[in-house]
Design a protein around this ligand. Structure first.
Ligand SMILES: C[S@@+](CC[C@H](N)C(=O)[O-])C[C@H]1O[C@@H](n2cnc3c(N)ncnc32)[C@H](O)[C@@H]1O
Length: 294
């Protein structure tokens, strides 16, 4: 018995050994035969073909792959995702690796899920609509405010190779950094593109500014001026704006007039529908205290 166990352990090498030692779900426990590249095209037209291709090339769990496929169909039907590149990004991102173990069987449910620390991972439809509305292109620099589980930035990393993400809750930021590092060790090279830090995202990330795109995943009653400043001319920001628990998701485009002045165009990506978000909190020294609402 002991010998068999040792023999089995010695067969686990490289990627599988790293992943087996972690708390990651089965998604990351198999070696990834085909590393990510921006021209990777899993077949998206047929469910069985998709599952077969992903199981073979990415070593992921078939049951989760089936659920991922079905969720994408619902997202397309409800017009929450429309570009092929974003559909591919969704289909290549193992959402089950970013939810809490207790919720893993709900990874592809419509709704948001608790991830601890009083915050949530947004539902797949919201992530889809916000991601698609960003108009992200390969090579764009994108900043996310509110790393949370890490799922949103993981989707972004399949669309561009330059992703920054800030999370205010330090232990959550550290836990999520650990998730990315374990997935990278298991062969998800695409997550090397994501740089993270724990800080108050209200002030952006000056060192790497300007950003072509900014996505804010916590709700606030105004557009943070430092974020607007760190957006490139013609840059796009997605930000939930409104009173606590009743935000509207705005798409802000920063235009520059001939005289050099800034012109801000706003549209509501849900045509006025209210979407409640986790509050945009404030750091006071190294303590989280209140919000940035006026
Ligand atoms: C809806 S949740 C996370 C969603 C996340 N994008 C994901 O994929 O799981 C919003 C996150 O914003 C974070 N947050 C709130 N205020 C913040 C701030 N001032 N700076 C950075 N992150 C903040 C919260 O702690 C929370 O993790």
């Amino acid at each position: 018995m002991e010998n068999q166990h040792l023999k089995r352990r010695s067969l686990l090498t490289g990627v599988a050994a790293v992943a087996a030692a972690t708390a990651l779900p089965r998604v990351a426990r198999a070696a990834i035969a085909t590393p990510f590249s921006f021209d990777l095209e899993p077949p998206l037209v047929d469910r069985a073909e998709f599952v077969e291709w992903m199981a073979k090339n990415r070593g992921e769990d078939r049951a989760f792959l089936e659920q991922r496929y079905d969720r994408l169909q619902a997202m397309v039907e409800r017009n929450d995702v429309w570009d092929d590149a974003v559909k591919r990004a969704f289909m290549l991102t193992p959402r089950e690796a970013f939810v809490q173990k207790i919720n893993r069987s709900h990874s592809y449910d419509h709704n948001f899920l608790d991830i601890g620390y009083g915050v949530t991972i947004s539902g797949p439809h919201l992530v889809g609509r916000m991601t698609n509305s960003l108009d992200l292109k390969l090579g764009d620099k994108v900043l996310e405010i509110g790393t949370g589980s890490g799922y949103q930035s993981a989707v972004l990393a399949h669309l561009t190779d330059k992703v920054w993400s800030i999370e205010i809750i330090k232990p959550l930021a550290e836990r999520t950094r650990g998730t990315y590092d374990q997935l990278i060790a298991a062969g998800y090279d695409e997550f090397k593109a994501i740089q993270t830090k724990s800080d108050d995202g209200y002030y952006g990330w000056e060192e790497f500014a300007p950003f072509d795109k900014i996505i804010v995943t916590c709700g606030i009653d105004h557009v943070p001026p430092p974020l607007l400043k760190q957006l490139t001319p013609n840059g796009v920001m997605l930000v939930p704006v409104g009173p606590p628990g009743a935000q509207r998701v705005l798409k802000i485009v920063k235009g520059i007039e001939a005289d050099g002045s800034t012109r801000i165009a706003r549209t509501d990506i849900y045509n006025g529908r209210i979407v409640p978000f986790v509050p945009f909190r404030k750091l006071d020294g190294d303590r989280i205290s209140g919000t940035h609402n006026g």
